[in-house]
Design a protein around this ligand. Structure first.
Ligand code: AR6
Length: 214
């Protein structure tokens, strides 16, 4: 419901009345820094992942699940201690040795607008003997699978591994776009997959290298 009303508002604000009463729909979603793909099921934008009003946001975590810098730090700061508590419980009960690279788990989103955080561990570029792309694809696939298992309809991803973990944005764009399109081709539940980039130049790099069907 919450999502629907926000979407409705966006459509309204992108519709301008012409003097003769006819309406001109302006496609504001296809600019240099914001664009949709796959009939609007994928939305690429600049923003802060902690502020997204989707069912689940994805955290680019590390295998300790106990916090860190970048997206991880921002999520724990914005969501509050409930998230760390839930992560500790997951470590204790399911992953005492840490969450393996490419896997995903879900917790509350605490005080953030999203309902859940899906924590996944991206590959460290150059440290997985050529398996980096496969592991990065697993992050996206397993996060999407978890969202569907939880009956969620919207999810927002940051650019996993492209910060501290050193994965080039251009290469990551190929992997994430192909994996998401592949997943959505058989899924009918997810209504929106949002790709949220921190900086305009990151969106530009993504848009230049993504492989979504036009
Ligand atoms: N919203 C959206 N994107 C962001 C935000 C934000 N608030 N903050 C940063 N980014 P990183 P990684 C972008 O380093 O490479 C942590 O310490 C950022 O510009 O957060 O997977 C963990 O604990 C970059 O493009 O994640 C791990 O130890 C992207 O998000 C390690 O870093 C990912 O950057 C994980 O490294």
């Amino acid at each position: 419901m919450r999502l629907k009303s926000k979407r409705a508002k966006k459509v309204e604000s992108s519709t301008f009345r012409l003097p003769l009463g006819s309406k001109l729909k302006l496609d504001v979603m296809n600019s240099k820094h914001e664009r949709t793909f796959l009939d609007g099921r994928v939305r690429v934008m600049v923003g802060d992942i902690t502020k997204q009003d989707v069912d689940a946001i994805v955290n680019a975590a590390n295998s300790s699940l106990l916090g860190g810098g970048g997206v991880d730090g921002a999520i724990h700061r914005a969501g509050g201690p409930e998230i760390l508590e839930a992560c500790r419980e997951i470590r204790r009960t399911r992953f005492p040795e840490g969450l393996p690279t490419g896997e995903a788990v879900i917790t509350t989103a605490g005080k953030m607008p999203a309902l859940y955080v899906i924590h996944t561990v991206g590959p460290i570029y150059g440290e997985h003997r050529g398996q980096e792309a496969e592991l990065l694809a697993n992050c996206y696939h397993n996060s999407l699978t978890l969202a569907v298992e939880k009956n969620l309809t919207s999810i927002a991803f940051p650019a996993i591994s492209t910060g501290v973990y050193g994965y080039p944005l251009e290469e990551a764009a190929v992997v994430s776009s192909k994996t998401i399109e592949n997943f959505l081709s058989t899924d009918r539940q997810l209504k929106e997959v949002r790709l949220v980039f921190f900086q305009p130049r990151d969106v530009e790099a993504f848009l230049d290298h993504q492989k979504f069907s036009e």
